[in-house]
Ligand binder design. Sequence first.
Ligand code: ATR
Length: 276
Amino acid sequence: MNHFTVFGNPIAHSLSPKIHQLFAEQFGMQLSYTRSLSSAANFPTEVARFFRHGGAGANVTVPFKERAASLVTHLTARAERAGSVNTLIPLGLGQLAGDTTDGFGLCRDLQRLTGSELPAPQIVVIGGGGAARSIIEPLQAVGSKVVIVNRTRARVEPLRELFPGLQVMDLAELALAPKSGIASSGFILINATSASLQGADLDIHPGWMSAAELVYDMMYGVHATAFLKQAERGGAKVTADGLGMLVEQAALSFALWHDGLTPKTELVLKALRDSA
Ligand code: ATR
């Protein structure tokens, strides 16, 4: 039986084992998928040990995605530009490939939610860390214009060179009511900051929440995230958390490990929502 795991910290509540078991059932396949609590100091040796003992594939989550990108021997082009790896694939002879499926997962979920190949002409992404960076290229690839809005503008300014066409804004600009420009054509507002982890509200004018076609939080939880509560108070038309993205990114990881076998995601998402 093939063995998979997910490295992270914290990791106790990761839904990945359940998701991959549900995918495997669709193909009558048996696999084991565990959670690996790691630390910054131990992460590289634990990854090496896992694959030395025959691990068939691994996911990487917070806070090791950037570290994983510097650990692998082969990096896909999209993972290199994202500076982030969430999927590890053993190549044999100690070689390890790293890919990122997060951006793909987000795009699939936005397409599902909007029922459109082009989820919105413009996507406003709040945040400038690894989570934000890993979704820029896939969003641009489906045809959306991407605007990155970060508290620390200097952190995201260099991304303009890496992702041509990217627009960069200061979070302070969202504290004011939207004027024409972005708000006049359909846009989706995405939270890719870690502020929800602290339960903190962002300093955003409610006009941005009500003007967006969809307000999306890449975080998810049993209860609505702080950002989605804020969006609802601001009059958001539609809100969604990142559970759909989680399932979709897992589906692409699954395909990368199992010769392109693509599981159905709708039923898995429903099963997760029902058991929450
Ligand atoms: P990740 O890998 O999950 O993206 P990260 O690299 O630590 O995590 O980045 C966290 C992001 O959340 C950053 O964009 C950070 O803004 P700064 O670059 O200005 O630090 C953003 N963030 C976290 N807490 C925030 C808050 N309370 N208000 C605004 N932005 C916040």
